[in-house]
Design a protein around this ligand. Sequence first.
Ligand SMILES: [Zn+2]
Ligand SMILES: [Zn+2]
Length: 246
Amino acid sequence: MALQPICTALRIWGGHCLDAILPRHCVLCGLPCGSGNACGSCRADLPRADHACLSCALPILNAGDLLCGRCLRRAPPWERVVAPLLYAYPVDRLVCRFKFGRDFACGRLLALEMLDAVQLDAQPPPDIIAPVPLHRARHVSRTFNQADLLARLMGHALAIPVHSRLLRRKRRTRAQSGLDAASRKRNIRGAFQYVSGAHRLAAGAHVALVDDVMTTGATLAECAKTLRRAGVARVSVWVAARAPVP
Ligand SMILES: [Zn+2]
Ligand SMILES: [Zn+2]
């Protein structure tokens, strides 16, 4: 078994233990913040969409509308998106520190924001939570999958099972960053496989797909379509942040 994922797991576990002993400091301003990983004032200042489309989480201008024109014309392959934050400063820094710097306090703050938003949304709970998988080679080089960790924190808080191997990346794809929307779709098409032996899904199963950021939604759409083809009746998408239209 690779040593790096074990070290990462120990660091996450160690972080939880230290949090219980030492006073916590806000990951944004550095001031003591009691419980949680950010102070109330920094959390209140995080960028959010005042009114966002329920299907794609992009801001919509007309306060009476629930869906944007794009989603009305062509519904995405999921029922609902929960995305509490906008991918703008300082959320972009939090995601970067978590994903590339293994700053798990930032990850716990993002999961807490997602948890609050899911509980406020008051939709039927999913049967299973599944993270967007990384290709094995990228998982090994990064030592952990940020989506998997967010999914596990959410599953633990909501008492919902997490199945990290429900989906598998069949092939390694180019990084989506830097690609336009059409290239992202082409890059990710057919990249995922439903692993039938991982979990026997009940008829009418509802799966919540978890990732850190939704940019164009191409990766999440490919995962959702793969789940639908496998018989999943309802897919929800839970992400920490929504990027503006590229
Ligand atoms: Zn603060
Ligand atoms: Zn929309």
